[in-house]
Ligand binder design. Sequence first.
Ligand SMILES: Nc1ncnc2c1ncn2[C@@H]1O[C@H](COP(=O)(O)OP(=O)(O)OP(=O)(O)O)[C@@H](O)[C@H]1O
Ligand SMILES: [Mg+2]
Length: 256
Amino acid sequence: MQEAITNMAQTSKIGLQVERLRAGYGKKEILRGLSLKVGQGEIVALIGPNGAGKSTLLKVIAGLLRPWEGSVWLDGTEITALPVHQRVQKGLAYFIQGGEVFPSLTVRENLEMGALMFPKAKRQEAIEGVLSLFPALKENWHRRAGLLSGGQRQALALGMVLLKRPKVLLLDEPSAGLAPKLAHEILAKVRELNEHLGITVLLVEQRVREALQVAHRAVALVNGTFAAETNEPASWLVEGALDAFFFGRMERAAAS
Ligand SMILES: Nc1ncnc2c1ncn2[C@@H]1O[C@H](COP(=O)(O)OP(=O)(O)OP(=O)(O)O)[C@@H](O)[C@H]1O
Ligand SMILES: [Mg+2]
């Protein structure tokens, strides 16, 4: 019920917004005037075929690619012109497609590197926070990241992103390359982060079914244009009955 109340309260505030975004590479236009809002504490799944522009959209939001036109907003503040590190300071984190770890460093060293942005006294606490989310990382504490399994590596990469305690998380295919069970686990973890820490998530996934199960809303991106948008009810049914607030919008799904 706690989560349901939180989610209800979040609908009025916008965590992330893009407005009439146009962007591309060289002269090739990829994003053709996109507008999107992600409410604070909301998970929005962004789905679409290969080459649709999903990663491009995340790159623009993260600040790695300058848009030609349009604007990007974080918690009501325009960040279109800010460099990447200032977006990070404002609470934006980006899980890049493929994940990012230092393969020659151990799990412990990776997390210590990731925690360098904190004052010394706070680093351990930040690492402990990640370990409480991913206790399995402790089992490979002294293992080089390059020797981890796909799932372990992905968990470490996500842990590295979460070290920064983001308010808004951009996830580019966090389940890519994982066996179905591990993919399911990592997406369940995303949902847990959202529910327990209130993190706002824009989730790019090609595992459409799984993404729709964890997302509150879904948007389909085709050819740099939003083709469809839906409030996906199945996730609420799977998650259980914590969301009576939403039953009004779930009638069809509940009946099936
Ligand atoms: N650095 C780049 N330079 C030039 N073109 C690029 C670059 N990155 C991506 N593209 C092109 O932009 C288009 C959109 O790519 P993008 O990576 O955003 O797609 P995507 O929806 O994330 O696809 P996928 O599902 O395969 O990850 C594609 O046609 C791609 O070839
Ligand atoms: Mg991509």
